[in-house]
Design a binder for this molecule. Structure first.
Ligand SMILES: CC(C)(COP(=O)(O)OP(=O)(O)OC[C@H]1O[C@@H](n2cnc3c(N)ncnc32)[C@H](O)[C@@H]1OP(=O)(O)O)[C@@H](O)C(=O)NCCC(=O)NCCS
Length: 380
């Protein structure tokens, strides 16, 4: 069947298309409002923890203290990864950390006792395990590629503090752990962006959570999705001094190039997630004796002021990169950190998809030639 061109409305990139309903997160790009399960991101960033927010996303309600304790125990007890997966990581250790993370997420399927159980309860449990395991994968890989023994995850520290601990072997200060915790909260879920949509497409075929998250990691690895934090750090290094920021911004704009960490497909005002990391960068740069990074970022914001009327404001990635850098993470771990924080969001999107499943299968309008005559090889 063919369809005349004027009968088809094409939504390239599915821009502006609603494909389902959700109770997970609400985003208003004009107001700069983000809710997880009805709770404002500002309250969660200021008052919650990653553990509590992950519970909220997975189960739809804030936990009681008993529920939170049980959830925390489950997360902590899932931090170890099988020796076979460590061997796989070792075998591919020279690849980009996102490729290693995707490979390890896929391999973990072979060791999860509930891998093919797509019930809501089993998918939630697998989401908890993957939240912990993928954090360990990232830091195990980093240690192995540096020729070091991986640090055994702590059985007592919080999710965020343990992640920092696995980098250095030292428990971080309460303030440093809290900033990492906030970063994980702010990255935990963000509607059907490319990676979450990928996870839903995969779950829509009734494939399992490990398959969905493996695909989501692949989608997140692209620079148009996860890579901006890394690019912002690169930009800050190139600028080098706050006094150079205005000229740097002008030169990029004269070439028609975007400024990294600014602009968003959905937010046309300041990304509500960015606000919380701004103060964190200020304090952390002071604490680490490197105030110039905060000063450079502020100078870039000042230089970008004229673009605010176009709806171009800072996004969450603008401040995240400097936080990771000041904590000692190399730039190629910035996207994997984003992935680690996003596991609860991907999981709940998969749960939603499976609970009211439909195969996701859009159409493309064919614009190629029709009914060509097939010529045998020796006549072409
Ligand atoms: C995220 C992004 C791809 C969104 O793109 P988009 O939805 O096409 O952006 P908009 O349609 O709102 O852009 C409106 C105008 O602002 C400009 N603009 C958008 N982002 C800009 C940026 N980062 N720097 C300078 N100008 C920008 C656009 O060029 C456009 O101008 P024009 O109308 O003269 O062409 C884009 O803003 C970008 O590349 N940002 C930098 C990378 C980044 O930080 N990504 C992380 C997102 S969380």
């Amino acid at each position: 069947m063919t369809t005349a061109a004027d009968e088809v409305v094409i939504h390239r990139g599915l821009n502006g298309v609603f494909f389902d309903r959700t109770k997970t997160s609400f985003i208003d790009g004009k107001e700069g409002k983000l809710l997880y399960r009805g709770y404002n991101i500002h309250d969660l960033a200021e008052r919650s923890t990653f553990e509590e927010t992950a519970y909220l996303l997975l189960y739809g309600e804030l936990p009681t203290s008993e529920e939170l304790q049980r959830f925390d125990r489950e997360l902590k007890s899932a931090r170890a990864i099988p020796g076979e997966v460590v061997d796989i990581i070792r075998a591919v250790k020279d690849a980009h950390p996102m490729d290693v993370l995707r490979t390890a997420a896929s391999a973990l399927a072979a060791f999860d006792p509930e891998v093919s159980d797509n019930s809501t309860e089993a998918t939630q449990r697998k989401g908890i395990r993957l939240s912990s395991q993928l954090a360990t994968v990232v830091m195990t890989h980093h240690a192995l590629r540096e020729g070091k023994d991986p640090i055994v995850p702590s059985s007592t520290l919080s999710h965020a503090a343990n992640f920092l601990y696995m980098l250095t072997g030292e428990a971080p200060s309460a303030e440093t752990a809290r900033l990492m915790d906030q970063d994980f909260i702010l990255h935990a879920e963000h509607g059907p962006n490319a990676s979450a949509f990928t996870a839903r497409v995969i779950a829509g075929t009734q494939a399992n959570l490990h398959a969905a998250i493996t695909g989501a990691i692949g989608a997140l690895s692209g620079p148009s999705h996860g890579g901006a934090a890394e690019n912002v750090m690169q930009m800050a290094m190139e600028i080098g001094d706050p006094a150079n920021a205005a000229a740097y911004v002008k030169s990029l704009r004269d070439q028609g190039k975007p400024i990294m960490g600014f602009g968003h497909r959905v937010y046309k005002v300041e990304d509500p997630r960015a606000i919380h990391l701004r103060e964190g960068v200020r304090k952390l740069s002071q604490e680490r004796g490197e105030p110039k990074w905060y000063a450079i970022l502020e100078a870039v914001i000042e230089a970008m002021h004229p673009y605010a009327r176009l709806g171009v404001h800072v996004n969450v990635d603008f401040f995240a990169g400097v936080i990771y850098y000041l904590n000692g993470f190399p730039p190629d771990l910035f996207v994997p950190i984003f992935a680690v924080g996003r596991v609860p969001g991907w999981t709940v999107q998969v749960v939603e998809q499976l609970e009211n499943n439909i195969l996701i299968r859009p159409l493309t309008q064919y614009t190629g030639p029709m009914d060509l005559e097939y010529l045998p090889l020796d006549e072409r």
